[in-house]
Ligand binder design. Structure first.
Ligand SMILES: [Zn+2]
Length: 427
């Protein structure tokens, strides 16, 4: 079948002994066969590869339509030229998996954690130094995934992924929302409010800020005393970039914390690799921010040392975004006073698809896709997503960002503030 970009994609499926081809125009026969397969619980296989990857049957009972789709995470099992191929999990799907792993409890939530909040102190060792050994030897490589999942979850729980028209959200408001989101939260066995410090908005005089930090920090130090350990904590902040520190090592500027936080070359390289998109944005700026969650220690000098970290790019009003293109789209939507959502999980039942944004003030809610690339893999994914939106009966608003097209004209507002977000945190 020909795709809008002119390339040809193949899709041959097998149900029992029968083969069907979309290229031959078997669409109606396929729909009938899929319905029978569904009723008889027969597997639907794609013939693009050997062994044949399984497909999932999706339906919209009220319309009597049936279609095959890629299993969640099954995309890479299909041949490159197959209609059902898509590359390994995209960012959004990775995030949905991280969020789904977080347990919702009657009393709040629990984030599974491999983070250790105390580091054993070797005999004669100074609590911390800047050569990066602390970062390399003590932070499990996956602690940054825990940090990223925790940061994304807290942002979602604080509803930063929702944009409601009105005065622009500032850091002061974001801090309040994030602090409220910690309530009832556990990170492993630790109560989140006790181990996470949200860097507040500017406090004057600065002494007041130090007092606040000490009030948070001292119980952790008391707890570690006599155990021969160095306590660690989490620092949630607006990350404003890395600069050479006055005394040599690298220093990250984090919100209103005047001393910033020190990091090793090792951690800086790691952040640059893992969060290349967030760090590619010119920050600080009015139209984009980066939120950071760092695992940190206090050095004997009293300065803060980051041991590990995770970063999330946001728009100017702190809506999470997955690319610079998405920041531009979010900026347009905010400027036009639109009510929108950056969905953090799949909003549609029986589909793992996650739109880049959802316009909540149109009726029905309109999904938005920002197409950011034109690699073969990406185009295949785009084609599959377009087909799925069509099958769902959704009218997609698209922006071909990679071609340098102008931002699209937005549809009129139908129902300001009427539609509720499609995705929300349970509990
Ligand atoms: Zn296939």
């Amino acid at each position: 079948m020909a795709t809008p970009d002119g390339s040809r994609r193949i899709a041959k499926i097998r149900i029992g002994k029968h083969s069907f081809s979309y290229e031959r125009g078997d669409t109606a026969r396929i729909a009938g066969a899929l319905q029978l397969a569904k009723e008889a619980s027969m597997p639907v296989l794609c013939e693009c590869s050997d062994p044949s990857p399984k497909l999932v049957i999706q339906s919209r009972a009220d319309r009597g339509r049936w279609w095959p789709a890629t299993w969640p995470k099954g995309g890479p099992a299909h041949a490159l030229e197959c209609l059902f191929h898509h590359p390994a999990l995209a960012d959004a799907e990775d995030r949905a998996a991280r969020l789904a792993a977080i347990q919702i409890l009657p009393s709040g939530f629990r984030i599974k954690s491999n983070i250790s909040f105390s580091r054993p102190l070797a005999r004669g060792e100074q609590p911390s130094n800047l050569d990066g050994r602390a970062g390399r030897s003590n932070a499990a490589s996956s602690s940054s995934t825990t940090l990223l999942g925790a940061l994304e979850f807290l942002m979602e729980r604080a509803q930063l992924h929702l944009h409601i028209p009105g005065p622009k959200r500032g850091w002061g408001q974001v801090v309040e929302l994030l602090r409220a989101s910690l309530k009832g939260g556990l990170l492993g066995r630790k109560r989140l409010p006790e181990v996470i410090y949200v860097v507040p908005e500017f406090i004057f005089p600065h002494r007041e800020h130090e007092k606040q930090f000490q009030a948070f920090w001292e119980p952790l130090v008391r707890n570690a005393q006599g155990r021969g350990t160095v306590p660690r904590f989490l620092l949630l902040c607006e990350f404003k970039g890395v600069e050479p520190g006055a005394d040599g090592p690298l220093r990250a500027s984090v919100g209103q914390l005047s001393g910033g936080i020190y990091l090793s070359d090792y951690l800086k390289d790691k952040l640059e690799q893992k969060y290349a998109i967030a760090l590619a944005q010119p920050i600080p700026s009015k139209s984009a921010h980066v939120l950071g969650l760092f695992l940190a220690e206090v050095m004997d000098s009293g300065k803060l040392l980051a041991v590990d970290g995770a970063l999330v790019l946001t728009s100017g009003s702190f809506v999470p975004c997955d690319s610079g293109h998405e920041v531009r789209m979010a900026t347009l939507l905010a400027r036009k006073a639109r009510h929108f959502e950056k969905p953090m999980r799949p909003p549609y039942p029986n589909s793992d698809m996650i739109p880049d944004f959802l316009l909540l003030d149109t009726r029905p809610v309109r999904p938005i896709e920002v197409w950011g690339m034109n690699t073969p893999d990406y185009l295949a994914r785009k084609q599959a997503k377009r087909a799925e939106y069509q099958a769902l009966g959704m009218q997609l608003l698209e922006w071909e960002a990679y071609r340098g097209h102008r931002l699209p004209v937005l549809p009129e507002v139908d129902e300001p503030g009427l539609n509720l977000p499609l995705t929300k945190v349970k509990g």
